[in-house]
Design a protein around this ligand. Structure first.
Ligand code: FMN
Length: 186
């Protein structure tokens, strides 16, 4: 798939239906992250691909915030975590989150190409995620990627905002608000 097509197609859909997640899909998504750049090639990203019970069910029941109830229909949850000493620190520039974010971007686009929804969320309990997945405390669980297949049928409990977001991409800043040429203008 052309990169631009994947960029346009990717959406953080919430209406999901079940899809079989093979080991091959896990490998494809892992390889997408593997190819991304990082400071001094430090590769600070770590992922747990949770696709089987009991841990998938435990994450859904114990770790998600109420507002992310929709994520209970997911077929896999990828926990993304990192820590500062896995990457470059150059004065005030700490690259571990930045590099991990780039790896996540690759996973989002590759999942889109594989016709999967990959939706990052911040609404969860990191303490619960660490407990369930046995991630040591010194790591930061920066996001969960909610993986599933887009469901054309929208659940009854979705409010107007969630309903609208299924068909219309939430508005973006205009280019002139964040793209500057030759010099920054605030
Ligand atoms: C770091 C991060 C945290 C997010 N947290 C949530 C969340 O907890 N729940 C949710 O429904 N969507 C969450 N989202 C999805 C955003 O709301 C969504 O990406 C944004 O509205 C733009 O929509 P689009 O991705 O479909 O273009 C999150 C996205 C990011 C990148």
């Amino acid at each position: 798939m052309d990169v631009n097509v994947a960029l346009e197609k990717r959406r953080a859909y919430r209406s999901l239906t079940n899809v079989e997640i093979s080991d091959e899909i896990v490998e494809k998504l892992g390889k997408a992250a593997q190819l991304m750049p990082s400071c001094f090639n430090k590769q600070p990203w770590r992922f747990v691909f949770v696709k089987d019970d009991p841990n998938l069910n435990r994450l859904k029941e114990e770790a998600l915030n109420e507002g992310n109830r929709w994520a209970k229909e997911s077929s896999m949850i990828i926990a993304v975590f990192t820590k500062k000493d896995l990457d470059c620190v150059i004065k005030d520039r700490e690259y571990y989150m930045f590099d991990t974010g780039m790896a996540v971007s690759a996973i989002l686009l590759r999942a889109t190409e594989l016709d999967l929804v990959a939706h990052p969320i911040a609404g969860y309990s990191p303490e619960k995620v660490k407990e369930i997945l046995e991630i040591p405390d010194e790591y930061t669980v920066i996001t969960l990627l909610i993986i599933g297949k887009k469901n054309a049928e929208i659940p009854d409990y979705f409010d107007d905002w969630k309903r609208k977001a299924e068909s219309t991409r939430p508005e973006r800043l205009k280019l002139k608000e964040f793209v500057f040429t030759n010099k920054f203008r605030s």
